[in-house]
Design a protein around this ligand. Structure first.
Ligand code: PLP
Length: 462
């Protein structure tokens, strides 16, 4: 029965009676939820009861410039007053989106060695951008006369979003269970996580050899003429902050080139400084035909995503244009002028405050601090990271690297205890990892506090 809202009707009850939460256990939420956030500034959250929390999650890895930036609020207000909406359909355009596109390409050219990237297509979320990419692979195959070359290879542990096509690209079984997704279009190759998935005694080089052989075998089995693209997060985020073994991407790229397969680099998390480089495309010298962007593009001040495509894809689209007609794909909010103005203000802050360099610097500091303080903990297996994308992986046995049994979920326990202690980190769904992905504006003093809070939390996990 729904209560009648009155002064005794709490926000908690109203939430349980009216909200359908994404990615949430309904039974647990009904028993324990919700946890309502009140305000935020910089890296500091305050929940609606006034409890202070140091945010080392960056929301969902997305608040790159930190919370409560007045410059972004001003830019949003001005953009709304100037032109709160115009679209991009047909030849319609708007100044903010034109300037943003030029700037994104410039960043890739200047900071990622990716001067082959040539055009930017906009969406509103990482998921819809990957849906766009899924369709662009098909569009490309049709327009260039290889219509059978449409399958996509993804990887176990990958997270590429949850819309219908993006969910198929996501290689984490829990996201597929009970949803009856279509199959036959996406195939998964091995997860490149050495700590957990190497065989006993296998060297990192041998592990990498095995990953490449698995990819080659998959391509041979399906037929290279049927495979259009390979999609990868340069560092897997939701999968557990999984840093690939040395040389992995060079070798993957060589395989893809040999079989004429496009690379889609999903930089939804790694883009815009998260790894201490502007883009992981530069960090790993990738040559993607499509780059997916979202999150840090606006630091989550506006829902906006982008697919950045290569010159060679663009040339095919341009050449096929007269024969195939208009590009019949896009959204009301593709290239929203308010989102673009917010993205520009966000990038201004990143550049002015040197946040990419700060990510590298404070990321190394936070990683070193966590490693030092957790070195002796019996359940801490590996602490790894690149820039401000850091993961702590748990194990039931440091010698054998045995995971905890399903159901123990020690990482969930750690994340919830940390939150009680005033530190927000995330427990991830694929393997037992908690992640740290704070705003790139975090200071070393904030990091010291985070390290103390986390080490203190872990001291109680015995
Ligand atoms: N791709 C990656 C690598 C992500 O981490 C995410 C979200 O976490 C997505 C895609 C999906 O983005 P969204 O949640 O905005 O749809």
């Amino acid at each position: 029965d729904l209560d009648t809202p009155d002064s005794n009707y709490s926000l908690e009850e109203m939430d349980r009676n009216s909200l359908f939460h994404p990615l949430t256990s309904i039974s647990q939420h009904m028993a324990n939820g919700p946890q309502i956030m009140g305000k935020a500034k910089g890296v500091r959250l305050t929940d609606h009861k006034g409890k202070p929390i140091l945010d080392c999650s960056g929301g969902l890895w997305c608040v790159n410039v930190g919370y409560g930036r007045p410059e972004i609020a001003e830019a949003a207000k001005q953009a709304i007053l100037d032109l709160n909406y115009w679209h991009l359909f047909g030849s319609a355009s708007n100044e903010a989106t034109i300037r943003l596109s030029d700037r994104i390409l410039g960043l890739f050219h200047d900071h990622a060695g990716a001067d082959h990237l040539a055009r930017v297509f906009y969406g509103t979320s990482g998921s819809d951008a990957n849906d766009t990419n899924f369709k662009l692979v098909r569009y490309y195959a049709n327009l260039r006369g290889t219509p059978e070359k449409k399958k996509i290879i993804s990887r176990m542990g990958a997270y590429h979003g949850l819309t219908m096509a993006a969910a198929q690209l996501t290689g984490i079984p829990s996201y597929h269970k009970a949803w009856s997704l279509p199959d036959g279009e996406v195939f998964y190759t091995d997860c490149p996580h050495y700590y957990r998935f190497a065989a006993a005694g296998e060297s990192e080089a041998a592990f990498c050899d095995r990953l490449i052989a698995d990819l080659e075998a998959l391509i041979a089995r399906e037929g290279a003429n049927t495979i259009g693209a390979f999609i990868a997060e340069p560092i897997m985020g939701t999968g557990g902050v999984l840093i690939p073994p040395a040389g992995y991407f060079e070798r993957v790229q060589a395989v893809l080139d040999r079989h004429d397969i496009l690379l889609i680099a999903d930089e939804v998390i790694t883009g815009f400084g998260r790894t201490g480089a502007w883009f992981a495309t530069g960090l790993y010298t990738l040559k993607p035909d499509i780059v997916t962007l979202a999150k840090g593009l606006t630091s989550a001040y506006f829902p906006m995503s982008a697919s950045v495509i290569s010159e060679r894809m663009w040339k095919v689209f341009e050449a096929g244009s007269a024969e195939f007609g208009p590009v019949m794909h896009g959204f009301t909010y593709s290239g929203h002028p308010v989102g673009a103005a917010i993205a520009m203000a966000n990038l201004d802050i990143m550049e002015r405050e040197g946040l990419v360099a700060n990510s590298a610097d404070t990321g190394a500091y936070l990683l070193a601090g966590l490693r030092e303080r957790l070195a002796e903990h019996p359940y801490v297996g590996e602490v790894r990271g690149e820039g401000l994308m850091i993961g702590v992986e748990f194990t039931a046995d440091r010698a054998t690297r045995r995971p905890f049994q399903a159901g123990d979920a020690v990482h969930r326990l750690v994340a919830s205890k940390a939150q009680e202690n005033g530190l927000m980190v995330r427990a991830l769904p694929f393997i037992e990892v908690v992640s740290f992905s704070p705003a790139l504006s975090i200071t070393k003093a904030d990091c010291d506090e985070a390290i103390d809070l986390f080490a203190g939390t872990m001291a109680d996990v015995t």
